[in-house]
Each structure stands twice: as C-alpha cells, then as structure tokens.
Design a protein around this ligand. Sequence first.
Ligand code: G3P
Ligand code: CA
Length: 391
Amino acid sequence: MGTQHTHEPDGQPGVTGRRALLGAAVLGTGGAVLGLSGTARAAGARQDGRGVKGLPVPTIIGHRGASGYRPEHTLGAYQLALDMGADIVEAGDLVPTRDGHLVCRHEPEIGGTTDVADHPEFADRRTTKVLDGVPTTGWFTEDFTLAELKTLRATERIPANRPHNTLYDGRWEIPTFEEVLRWQDEQTRKRGKQVWIYPELKHPTYFRKLGLGLEERVAKLLRAHRRDRWNSPVILQSFEPTSIQRLNKLVDNPLVVLLSGAGTRPWDFVETGDPRTVADLVKPAGLREIASYAQGIGPTLDLIIPRDGAGNLTEPTGLVADAHKVGLILHPYTLRNENPFLPADFRRGTGADAYGDVFGAYRAYFATGIDGIFTDQPDTGLLARADFVNG
Ligand code: G3P
Ligand code: CA
C-alpha cells in the first residue's frame, strides 16, 4: 500500500484514505483550539479537522506507558497510562530477540532497565557493541531467546529522578509486542472504548544487518491481529525515514518520522551515504518529501521551541506551520515533570526528582499549535490540555 497505489483493498482507502485522517494543513498554527470550548469537546475526536481521526487534539501520548510512575515499557506502566486517561500509549519501543520475537524495551541494551546483572547465568552475555556508531556495553536483547528474556524482570531506568518507581522493581516481565496487541484487545473490550497504541521501531538498520528486520515482523503481527489498516488504532513511528518508507509499502497505518536534534543525521542516512541532517529534513522540501510517505513527524521539543545557551525557551520556530502546510501532524517528544528534563526557566527547587512548572511548559508548547505530545506523566498532560482548551 505504498504511495503510488490507487487500489483500495477491502473497500478501505489506501494512502488516500490514510491521508484523509489528517487535516493538519487546513488550519495551521493555533488550529487545535479553534471552535473548542472545553475538554469534553476536545475529547470528541477531531472536531477541528486535525490529528488522527478518533484521537483528541492535542493528543496526550503516554510515553513508554505512564513511565513517570512505573518502570517503563511494562504492562504496569501501559495499564496506568490508560487508567489515567492517556489518549494513546507508546507500547512499546520494539526490539527483537535472538529467535525473532519483538519485545518492548527502549533500547536493545537492557542492563539499565532489567535485573539481568543479577543473573549469573547471563554474566557471559555482557559485551560491547557498536550501536549506530556508539560503543555500548551491556546485555543485548538480540543475544537472548524470548524464553531467556522472560526470566528477567523490569527495573526503573532513572531511580535518581524517580525514586518511588523502584518500589515496583521486579514486579513485571518484559512484554512482547504480541502480548501488547492482546492487551489492547482486552482493554478495548473491558472499557467499551477503543484503546490506541503507538509503537516505535528501534534501530531498524542495525537489526536488519543482523538478519532481524523489524518492519516485516511488525507488519506480520499487525496483519494477524487485523490492525494494519488505515483506520486501525495503531500509529507507527521510527527515527529512520527508510524504515517508515518500508512500512509504507507493508501496512496502511498512520506513520510518523521521528526527528532528533537539528545537527544529527538519521542512522539509515549515515549507512546509505545520504548527507542530509535533521536541519535539512525540517526545511520545506524535506517536509514535502516526508509527507509523500508519512502522515506526521515526531520532532524533539527543541525543534518546536529552541532553548538558549542557559537552557531557557526562546521563540518558536516555523516548524509547526511548515509541517501543517504539507499536511503533516506534529507529535513532539518528551515532556516530563521533573526539573532536569524541563527548560531551565520552568525548573523549580533543586531536587533531581522535584517537579518544575510543567504546566507553564505545556502552555508554551501547546500555544505553538502542535497536534499532540509524548509525556511520561499523562495525568499532568491531560490537566494541562484541559487548562489549554478551557482558556
Ligand atoms: O517515540 C517518541 C520518543 O519516544 C522518541 O524518543 O528515545 O524516548 O524513544 P525515545
Ligand atoms: Ca520511543
């Protein structure tokens, strides 16, 4: 179902239909609140013509679940995000096992998010690899079978910032993507309301070189669960544009290209010799090209409002307007409540686990016209959206 296809199987629109889910270009900056007078209306699915049909705008995305409160990428974190009311849950960041299963971990290296170091039987798996050009030491999912990974338990990745989350260390195992899809079904049935997920494919070029291509595996599972359609409640994301292009040929789901800092190059570009940086991709020509195979971008927040040398927010760039002009929605990442992750002018107090003025930060970012935001604390994001919509 690539961009050249006009055939629309099963009576469902292909790219044309997928495109019709998105209307970001029509209203431009600030459009998110036009015609809205309250949270109830905001939660009423695309009444302003923007975003992904079925999701409120600005969309509150539970980043790695409600990872501000539970160890990330666990069913406990995903469940809490839903219970808090997140519109969609990033479940998960997907990496493969040695035997080809997809599991939910932020990175293939799992030393910091599991108790693997406490398993003497896996001590000899600790190694150093070059991951997207970066020497990385630890334990890697691709060196474990699924059965082996299932003997591990998840732990809090940043205990200095989230000491309370360590209460849950050891409680949950590493979920598979298949388990997530079943959980999505169960929760949808239980709640009588469609549950949405927003998985990310991690390091696709790295894994393809290891013979563990991600896109076909994701597509196969989505197909098996009948969730590969233009109107399926699954948005797919990746930092590698060629991975999104590959997905565009395999499935009809809405697709989002993640964008890191302006000076960086997507790793697939490095491998293929494409000289462009993110700074090139956010220019009008770069955005037009992305819009030929994706429906949105997921820029780092600094591409929406850069910080100055002291870490304070400056003035918004033109990225929201430029992306909307070519029909792309924007779901920037990641807003977190704790001081160290906030722009300097929104920090309060001194503790590494202290919350800053995150509502002020939400106001600044929402005012740019973004269509949604990844956050580790979806409950805070939902309150901020209600404030924003209610004026
Ligand atoms: O997927 C949005 C955001 O999660 C990208 O950053 O590194 O947290 O996966 P990361
Ligand atoms: Ca992610």
